[in-house]
Ligand binder design. Structure first.
Ligand code: MRU
Length: 359
């Protein structure tokens, strides 16, 4: 297992191969999935071998780079921007909500297109593009750590925190976003305790978040998704922090289904609700959350648990994988450019500008 100080790395490269931790198998076993071939990677993203917006982005970027490198290595290869478009489209089609996917393949596309103008040999081209994608992996780690440092300012001593889904090292390609903030708070002696929503239907909370927190020795208590109101009403929650898969220019944030309900409950009980996400999760091209495409997944994920039916045969079911929390329910968005506060339209714009200037 790749276990660094940074947490468990869900994606890594090994001599040109792209290796994923198979997140479908955790926590029962740690298994690896070779996604070097682009079709294997598309399957891995769709089937959630690799999941979590930033991790999907890095995995797709590496896949695009590996595929271009492979094309470049064939004798007769004539590389063109239209080839880059096709490869990008194929990867982008795997999951619709997480914008990090399109952002990451866009970065590789831009880099490859600019490189083409320098007339490199095919070998040089392939190597440079792959190295560029590999660098994105480490950059994520640095950005997650930075946002987690900023996030400390919102975590009180001994905070009792609810989180939803998995926004840890596995989802964010190192350290984590929501869990990154919690991990840093733990290391800094703030003694956070975490209530972990199980996150039906895929149970990323009970399987992945509980696994990560247990590995780090952070006190964690598993709850069903319908228990947070009870806890909040009893005064047992100080803070809610979740990740995000896409944030609109006005701060409306899409995250794992159930996040919206949590935000409404937090608002009702006067409990601060924060989103933690890198700036690559912001989609400045869309004004509000209404424009965020919501992925609907196979209904069997709802009808079954661990492959076993939990309802009547032929039951109708609904399986939206994400919901959108409107900006007025969000106290702050924790990013690598600081904790953004309302009005988000302005603070997001400023943060993106600062980010561009710092490159
Ligand atoms: O469907 P998933 O597991 O890929 O869902 C994405 C997520 O992991 C969550 O919504 C998460 O909170 C944001 S990504 C760090």
């Amino acid at each position: 297992m790749i276990k660094l100080d940074e947490g468990t790395m869900p994606v890594h490269t090994d001599d040109g191969k792209i290796i994923l931790i198979d997140q479908r198998k955790l926590p029962e076993s740690i298994e690896y999935f070779d996604a070097t071939d682009i079709d294997q990677m598309c399957f891995a993203i769709c089937d959630m071998v690799v999941r979590g917006a930033p991790s999907i982005g890095v995995a797709a970027a590496l896949s695009m780079a590996a595929h271009l490198k492979k094309l470049a290595s064939s004798q007769s290869a004539r590389l063109s921007v239209s080839t880059f478009d096709q490869v990008k489209e194929k990867l982008d089609a795997t999951r619709p909500t997480a914008v990090n996917l399109k952002w990451a393949t866009g970065e590789v596309h831009d880099f490859a297109s600019a490189l083409l103008n320098e007339n490199p040999t095919n070998k040089e081209f392939g190597e440079k593009v792959f190295r560029f994608a590999e660098a994105m992996l480490l950059e994520h780690l640095a950005r997650n750590k930075k946002l987690s440092d900023f996030g400390q300012s919102v975590v009180p001593q001994d905070a009792r925190i609810i989180t939803h889904c998995n926004a840890g090292s596995l989802a964010a390609c190192g350290w984590g976003t929501a869990l990154g903030v919690i991990r840093s708070a733990h290391i800094n002696g703030l003694k956070p305790q975490v209530f972990v929503d199980e996150t039906r239907p895929r149970n990323q909370g009970s399987k992945l978040t509980m696994w990560e927190l247990t590995q780090d020795g952070i006190p964690a208590t598993l709850i069903c998704d319908n228990m947070s109101g009870y806890l909040m009403n009893k005064g047992e929650v100080d803070l809610v922090i979740t990740g995000a898969d896409r944030i609109a220019a006005n701060g409306d944030s899409a995250n794992k289904i159930g996040t919206y309900s949590l935000a409404v409950l937090a608002h009702h009980h006067g409990i601060p609700f924060y989103i933690a996400a890198p700036l690559s999760t912001i989609d400045a091209n869309i004004e509000t959350g209404e424009q965020i495409p919501i992925e609907f997944r196979n209904k069997d994920e709802v009808r079954n648990i661990e492959g076993k039916p939990v309802t009547v045969i032929g039951a109708e079911a609904l399986n939206p994988a994400f919901d959108v929390t409107p900006n007025h329910l969000i106290k702050g968005i924790i990013t690598e450019q600081g904790v953004l506060t309302p009005p988000f339209k302005q603070s997001i714009k400023d943060a993106l500008q600062r980010n561009c200037a710092s490159k």
